[in-house]
Design a binder for this molecule. Structure first.
Ligand code: SF4
Ligand code: SF4
Length: 332
């Protein structure tokens, strides 16, 4: 039987050792139900998750909740919404207690005197043209001014089918403002015309993602195995979907047999009591879900399956390293 030691040389074994010591336990929190944008294809609003719970507004209750989460074993809080930067007091409740990641559209700046090293992921849905169609404005024009050169911020570039063949200028402008970028794919939850994936587009986007990683290795935080997984929806011949997804809320996970999953993972609504099914929306079709974090986590929880060969295990290490970099557990 293959073991980690039998498959890796000394250099890869050292990389493996660093990530295997991390023991990341994440959960996701809706900080608010409000947003200063209304993007077409936003899973939160399109599935009415903003109406699933009434926001808890008492700062003391948020602080007590975060302490409970820490006691539950969570060591990475992923803050989403709505737009978390509309509620800095709630962000602070997390930031003071545990490693915290804040997803934002970048239109309100996270004050660095208050949150000096909090990792910030800024959403970007393509070039100016696509952003105006899908999000009503060119968000990059504002977010890039807020975060230029910030060592604890990066762009989360959601690639749409219309971006295929046109990614390079987007990556270049991110590089030019001294920021990193992580790539993910639009799921098109609101069936916007012209933004559907086809097999051909998925094949093309994979080639282009690989080319961007080769051309901008210091800017693009990614791995070719991740590109393969997210564009094919397959890992080691197994199809992604409900039966395999690792990012399902623990108390709602009644799957039998239970697949490998994120330990103790919960996605909490903003009343601090209600939970959502998974890291995206309960109305999303799992068969066409392109969620990047769920695909990354899918690889990460399936280490044993990657002990088939040296290349498979190296692929697993690269995806794990990518996740750890994106959430500040290891340096870029
Ligand atoms: S900025 Fe984010 S939360 Fe707000 S509408 Fe757009 S996708 Fe949804
Ligand atoms: S919608 Fe995506 S993230 Fe949610 S359970 Fe289905 S596959 Fe997983």
């Amino acid at each position: 039987m293959n073991t980690v030691s039998s498959l890796l040389d000394a250099a890869w074994h050292e990389r493996y050792r660093k990530i295997s010591a991390l023991n990341i336990r994440s959960s996701i929190y809706d900080v608010t139900n409000r947003c200063n944008l209304r993007c077409k294809g936003c899973f939160f609003f399109s599935s009415n998750e903003h109406e699933a719970a009434i926001e808890e507004t008492d700062p003391a209750k948020w602080r007590a909740f975060v302490r409970q989460e820490k006691e539950r074993g969570v060591n990475l809080a992923i803050l989403i919404g709505g737009e978390p930067t509309l509620q800095f007091d709630r962000i602070e409740a997390f930031y003071q207690v545990m490693p915290t990641f804040c997803a934002t559209n970048g239109q309100i700046k996270v004050p660095r005197d208050r949150f000096p090293d909090m990792m910030v992921g800024i959403s970007l849905w393509g070039n100016e043209e696509d952003e105006k169609v899908l999000r009503g404005r060119d968000t990059f024009a504002v977010s890039s001014k807020h975060y230029e050169g910030d060592p604890n911020a990066y762009y989360l570039y959601t690639i749409t089918p219309k971006q295929v063949g046109r990614m390079e200028p987007v990556i270049r402008k991110i590089s030019d403002v001294g920021l990193k970028v992580h790539l993910q794919l639009l799921t098109n939850d609101e069936q916007v015309d012209g933004f559907f994936w086809t097999d051909e587009k998925l094949r093309d986007v994979r080639v282009e993602m690989d080319a961007m990683l080769d051309a901008y290795p210091r800017t693009v935080i990614s791995s070719k195995y991740y590109h393969e997984i997210i564009t094919t929806g397959k890992m080691l011949g197994r199809p992604f979907g409900w039966n395999e997804c690792p990012s399902v809320t623990e108390q709602l996970d009644d799957r039998k047999p239970q697949p490998k999953r994120l330990i103790r993972f919960v996605r909490w609504a903003s009343d601090l009591r209600t939970v959502h099914r998974c890291c995206t929306s309960a109305t999303r079709n799992c068969a066409t879900c392109k969620d990047g974090a769920a695909h990354m986590s899918w690889v990460m929880v399936n280490k044993r399956a990657h002990l088939k060969s040296t290349r498979d295990l190296q692929n697993w290490i690269e995806v794990y390293e990518m996740f750890a970099k994106l959430y500040r557990f290891i340096p870029w």
